[in-house]
Each structure stands twice: as C-alpha cells, then as structure tokens.
Ligand binder design. Structure first.
Ligand code: AMP
Length: 496
C-alpha cells in the first residue's frame, strides 16, 4: 500500500501541484519525479527502513519531490534549515543519525564537507535521476516519517518524530476545520524546516489536490504583487509577516493600496499562528484587508490544537477552541484540572501528537503525563475561548508571589503611542524572584522614561505587572520563524 498522501494525488493527475518562478508542476509529474528520487535513494535496496535522510533544498518543486521521494523509499525526512550555519546543520545531521544527505547545489560546499567528515552518502539535486523506477516499498502509516528539530528555551534542539499517521491526522484536522478544497490556491513563503510551512501549508494543499505556489523566500513586495493578481484563496503567515505586509501597504501610494486591499478581499481565509498575534496587528490588518485574521495555536509536537472558527465569531486575542480530534485540558502545578476561568498548563491528546523525541526516551517520558502531552504553554478559558498566556518557562513571570503573563503586558504596552514593538521578560532578582522587564522599540523620534511609562501603565495594569525596568532597543532578537528569542532579552538586561 502507498501512503494515503501519495495515493490520493493520483486522482489529481494533470492538475498543478506546485507553481514556482521556474514553472508549474503537475501532481502526475510530482509522482513520477518522487518515484525516481526514491529509486535513487534506495540504490538497489528494497526499503530504507526508516533511515534518516537530511535534505537542504530551497523552497520549490525539488524540495517537495525530495520529501516525497524519501517517504516513498521508506526513509525518515529530516529537513534542514536554510539559514543555519555549519555547526547547527552538523548537529542535526549527527543527532538524527542521517545516513544520506541530499543537497541543492547552492549548499554543496557546506554539506559535501559534512558528508565526507561523517562518511555519509551525498546526493546533489542536480544529478541525473534514473530513467526507470524500481518497485517501491509498502509503507505502513504507523512508521516514522519526519523529524523536525525544535529549539527549546534551554539546551540543544530536540528532534520531534512524527509517524505518517500523526502527519495525516495533523493534516486532516485542518482540512476539515478550514474546509480546504481542491480548488484552493495558496502562496507559500514560510520556512520549510518548521511545522507551519511543512504541514499547514504544503501538506494540506497536496492532500486535497490544491495548488501550492512556492516563493523561495518571503519578500513583502512580491507577496503583495501576488495578492494583487487575485487568484489566491488561502493565506497563512506568522504575525511578523503581517507586520511587514502592513508596513509595505502603508508605504504604497493610494492607488496601489486599493489594489492590495482588493486582492485580499478575494481570498476566502487568512490565518495567523506560531506566535501570539498582537491585537493591534489584527486590527490594522482588518482595516487593510477586510479579513478578521483567524488565529490558531499549535506546536511542532502536537500539530495544530486550537483555532478560531472558519464560520462564526472570531475573538481578537483568543485562539478559539480545540480543533477536530483534539482534546485539551488545563492543569495546575499539581496536575489537577483547573476550574473554568483559572489559568493552567495546556495538555493535549490527539492522533496528531508526535511519537517521541528522537533517541531521547527520558525527555519523551517527561513530556507526557497519563497520556497527555504537556505543552509548557499556559492558557485560560474565557467566554468559551482559549487565551494563550505564554510559555511557562519564559512568558510566565513569577514576581513577588504573583504569576504574570508577559503576553498580556505586551498587549497593553503596544497601545502606548510611543511604543512600536516590545517584548516583556522576567529577569532574576534576589528580592522579587523575577522582575518585570520590558525591551522597547520606540516610534522614531520618541522618548520614554521609566517613570512616564510606569505612571501610564499603572492606569491600565495591576501595579505588580507594571515593568520595573525598561531598555530601548533597535530590534528584537528573533528566530527564523520570526519569534522573539526571550532568553536573549533577559540576558541583555543582566549584562548591560
Ligand atoms: P513551534 O513548535 O515552533 O511551532 O512553537 C510552538 C509554540 O509557539 C507554542 O508552544 C506556543 O508557545 C507558541 N504559539 C503558537 N501559536 C501561538 C499563538 N497563536 N499564540 C501564542 N503563542 C503561540
């Protein structure tokens, strides 16, 4: 039996699966090419038997065909991050125990060296593929399919292993909740070593037979141009991307702005996730596009878990309710389910929850309690909707006996007329445990003293939530997904 994702695509034959600046590629062509890639990977063996294949290919057809080729040969796909320097690539290759590296010629020098040092098979995507296809193995969906490396707040990244069954469950939950159809067309500009780009955008599109147009990277002007052209139906991005699109819209002339907004109006759904969506960004985007962004919450280990509704009322600042097949509970420090209205850690059970951290049985065991995956995120249910309070390790600040949510404080600070963007962290303090500290990007030409900010904030926040120290910065440190790296900010406060 083939994998359902592959089997299903046979129905879509000549339909375009992937569109890029280099051309358009049908489902049929994707099937043929991935079978050839699988044959090449198999190298006269019958089944890769879950060998790990690390690959580094810019977003585009070759990426997708290679991912499918690895799956069809019975391997585990280990996508590498385009922006990683050699030591980080080497870490992922070594930790995953990859036996094969597939590289685009752009990365040949870097990766061939690692392959030589580690004595691994090295394949370039520019090499000729075999003309004939060998018999490909049958893949049970319970087998491992993917390892995505996720950086925790402490320690080295861990490999999150999902089976084909997990991947399928993550896909079908979104297909049903957001009503994906084969007529859909989505623009892909997200990194392809992360769940958002791999599952929510690419795999959902291919599962349903939709068209996925891939840009090699995000560029606000190009994305707006494609929106203006008006044949997209779905749009998924992280909050920082919406911020960049807003800036580009504001910088455009009136006539272009109108065209940009008209392009948005033609789409059926625009989604935000992977980090908290500031309410101000949601509102600005609503004015520009007419779309009330659908915010959802998810994680590499669990796929997507909570979502505002496709139909029905979406609440700003909330991530909605559990997605199909997902069970959620909020628990206190003793592991008891909290009463409604009380905050607690999000725990998740669903067929989309990952299998294990790669070769880390202790970390895997620690992450589960009674079959529930402990996310490390804090939330509260209000008006039947979940509100994310942040990650317990970095966003929940313990100060003078209170627990405060950095995300909640950030929402308020962003409404200050002189503050353009901010990040709130807890900084270790011998008296208070932690003190609320805010890194601020000010509007150009603005000044803000701690005293002025504090007296303004005291009218809007409980006194213990008001920052006791601030720092003005030019930029906030962010990772490849645009998420603020909070430990670096705490460090800035400690070392200044
Ligand atoms: P990743 O595994 O890289 O996708 O990161 C998952 C983490 O991103 C979660 O554990 C949350 O801390 C955060 N996250 C994802 N979606 C949201 C959201 N809508 N609001 C707030 N935080 C989010």
């Amino acid at each position: 039996m083939n994998l359902p994702l592959i089997d299903r695509s046979q129905q879509h034959g000549n339909k375009i699966a992937i569109a890029t600046t280099e051309g358009s590629f049908s489902y049929q062509y994707l099937l043929q090419t991935s079978a050839k890639i699988a044959t090449n990977l198999l190298n006269n063996t019958k089944d890769l038997q879950e060998q790990r294949v690390a690959f580094l290919i810019p977003s585009g057809f070759q990426y997708v065909a290679t991912q499918w080729g690895i799956w069809r040969a019975g391997g585990i796909a280990v996508p590498l991050c385009i922006s990683h320097p050699k030591p980080e690539l080497d870490y992922v290759i070594a930790d995953s125990g990859a036996s094969i590296i597939v590289a685009h010629p752009n990365f040949e020098a870097l990766l061939r060296q690692i392959a030589q040092e580690r004595n691994l098979r090295f394949i370039l995507t520019s090499e000729n593929l075999p003309e004939t296809v060998s018999l490909l193995p049958e893949i049970d969906i319970a087998r491992r399919g993917l390892i995505i490396y996720t950086s925790g707040t402490t320690g080295k990244p861990k490999g999150v292993v999902t089976t084909h069954q997990n991947i399928q469950a993550q896909i079908t939950s979104l297909i049903s909740a957001w009503e994906w159809k084969s007529e859909d067309s989505i623009l892909h500009f997200l990194p392809l070593h992360h769940i958002h780009g791999i599952i929510n955008v690419l795999s959902c599109a291919l599962w349903i037979g939709a068209q996925c147009e891939m840009l090699t990277k995000f560029d606000a002007q190009i994305v707006w141009q494609r929106i203006i052209e008006g044949n997209l139906t779905l749009f998924m991005a992280v909050p920082t991307i919406y911020v960049k699109l807003i800036a580009a819209w504001e910088a455009a002339d009136k006539d272009t702005q109108k065209k940009m907004s008209a392009g948005c109006a033609k789409m059926r759904l625009m989604v935000s996730g992977s980090a908290a969506l500031p309410v101000q960004v949601l509102e600005k985007w609503r004015n520009i596009s007419g779309h009330f962004l659908l915010e959802r919450y998810g994680m590499t280990e669990i796929g997507m878990a909570l979502s505002n509704p496709l139909h029905g009322e979406r609440l700003a600042g909330y991530v909605g309710k559990p997605l199909p097949e997902v069970e959620i509970q909020l628990v206190d420090e003793r592991g008891n389910v909290v009463s409604p209205g009380t905050s607690g850690e999000i725990q998740v059970k669903s067929p989309g929850v990952f299998l294990e951290y790669w070769q880390k049985p202790e970390a895997t065991a620690k992450a589960f309690r009674d079959g529930w995956f402990c996310t490390g995120d804090f939330a509260v249910v209000e008006n039947d909707n979940y509100r994310i309070l942040g990650r317990m390790s970095v966003d929940i600040i313990k100060t003078g006996g209170y627990k405060v949510s950095a995300l909640e404080i950030e929402e308020v600070l962003r409404t200050h007329p002189h503050i353009q963007e901010c990040a709130v962290v807890g900084v270790a303090d011998s008296e208070w445990g932690e003190i609320v500290s805010a890194a601020l990007i000010l509007q150009s030409g603005s000044n803000l003293s701690l005293e002025t900010l504090r007296s303004w904030a005291k009218e809007r926040l409980a006194t213990y939530k008001v920052p006791t120290q601030i720092m003005t910065v030019e930029e906030l440190p962010r990772n490849a997904m645009g998420k603020v790296i909070k430990p670096s900010i705490s460090q800035l406060f400690l070392t200044r």
